[in-house]
Structures are given as structure tokens and as C-alpha cells.
Write a protein that binds this ligand. Structure first.
Ligand SMILES: [Zn+2]
Length: 213
């Protein structure tokens, strides 16, 4: 099983490891810092052994990386993994911003239901099943989120179930939130957030989240 170093140290952008299996264009590695799309957070961009990763995917608890055809790697080969740090850090900041907005939305609008979420490099979004225009609560959520961000709280992220690789994050004043993403160390790193409402259908409200420093 691939050791997910991106959980122990989400700030690592380079790692030495070894190829463990090769199936055509797809490889697995002993240890990895390269996140594969999960929980709404997009995959990293980067290279394995100098070859561009075209697709990173989860296969159960295993992570599989598709490289360009003719990569020539064999099991046991030592390789360096690199990731696009600018992209990863943007994803981490937007991920935590989205988590915070979601928790505050739950507190503000009691019966609201999340129906989807996506974290990309330029923005994050959360979709809700909600029959009213959500824009009236956005200023309050944004203000409250900034208070938490600026308080510079430590963000804890750890296993709730190590065998099944279930993770959570937690900050003071909130319940533990199950999440397998890569998380910041401190709320202050999120920076300034901007929220925008989008109506994406009947009974469907979207909050778009942007961060700037
Ligand atoms: Zn999450």
C-alpha cells in the first residue's frame, strides 16, 4: 500500500521513492506526496521520475498514476516525485476556506444540506439543496470566517481510523470533520476569502469561494 506522505507532511513538494508496480502506462509507488482526486479536491500536477503524471486516481486505498506511454519505468526503480507547489498550496487554502464556509453555513441555516463540493486551483464551490436565495447570509458567513482565519488557530488533521485511512480535521470550537484532503497547519494561511452566490437550478444554491493573500 502506498504510504501517503501528503498527510504527514502536506508541505512537501519533492520526495524520493521507488516504483512498486507497473501496468502499462500506470505505476504505483512506495510513498507519495502526489494527491489523487478525492473528497472534491483535485489531483496535484507534477512528475514521477521526470515523467509527467497525466492522471492520478484512487483504487481502493491504493493510488495509481498514469504516465505518458513509453515511460520505461520498472518495479524497484528509484524515482523522485515532484508536485506543482503553487497549485497544491492554492488547493489547500481553498479547501480549508470551503470547509469553514460549509461549517458556518450549517450553523447559520439549520436544515441546509450539502449536495456537492469541488476544489479547483482558482476557486472552490459548494452546492446546497436550499429553496431560498443564499446571498443574504453570505456577508455574515464571510465575516465570521475571517474572524476564525485571522485568529491564527492551529488546524489539527489526523487519522480517525488508520487501518481504513479515514481522516479528519479539527479546530477549536468545531466538531471533528471527516476529510481525507491535505490541510493547512494554521487558519491564517487561508488569507482573505470572497464569497459569491450562484443559482444553479431550482432548489439548488451554490457558493463560490475565492482566496487572495
Ligand atoms: Zn475536506
Amino acid at each position: 500500500m502506498t504510504e501517503k506522505v501528503f498527510w504527514q507532511d502536506p508541505y512537501l513538494a519533492r520526495l524520493e521513492t521507488r516504483i512498486t508496480s507497473v501496468t502499462g502506462d500506470e505505476v504505483t509507488v512506495e510513498r507519495t506526496i502526489f494527491y489523487a482526486f478525492s473528497g472534491g479536491q483535485e489531483s496535484d500536477d507534477g512528475t514521477i521520475g521526470g515523467r509527467r503524471v497525466l492522471l492520478a486516481r484512487k483504487d481502493g486505498l491504493e493510488l495509481v498514476y498514469r504516465l505518458e506511454p513509453g515511460h520505461g519505468l520498472k518495479p524497484g526503480d528509484p524515482v523522485t516525485i515532484t508536485i506543482d507547489w503553487e497549485r497544491r498550496y492554492a488547493l489547500m487554502r481553498l479547501h480549508f476556506a470551503a470547509e469553514l464556509v460549509l461549517e458556518l453555513a450549517y450553523r447559520t441555516l439549520e436544515s441546509i444540506q450539502k449536495i456537492g463540493a469541488h476544489i479547483a486551483q482558482d476557486k472552490a464551490r459548494i452546492d446546497f439543496d436550499w429553496g431560498e436565495n443564499i446571498s443574504s447570509v453570505l456577508p455574515a458567513i464571510q465575516t465570521e470566517a475571517h474572524t476564525i482565519i485571522q485568529s491564527g488557530q492551529a488546524i489539527t488533521s489526523a487519522f480517525s481510523d488508520e487501518i481504513n485511512e479515514a481522516r479528519y480535521w479539527e479546530i477549536a470550537g468545531f466538531a471533528r470533520v471527516p476529510c481525507g484532503g491535505t490541510h493547512l497547519r494554521n487558519t491564517r494561511e487561508v488569507g482573505t476569502i470572497t464569497l459569491k452566490r450562484k443559482n444553479v437550478g431550482s432548489h439548488k444554491e451554490r457558493i463560490e469561494i475565492f482566496v487572495s493573500s
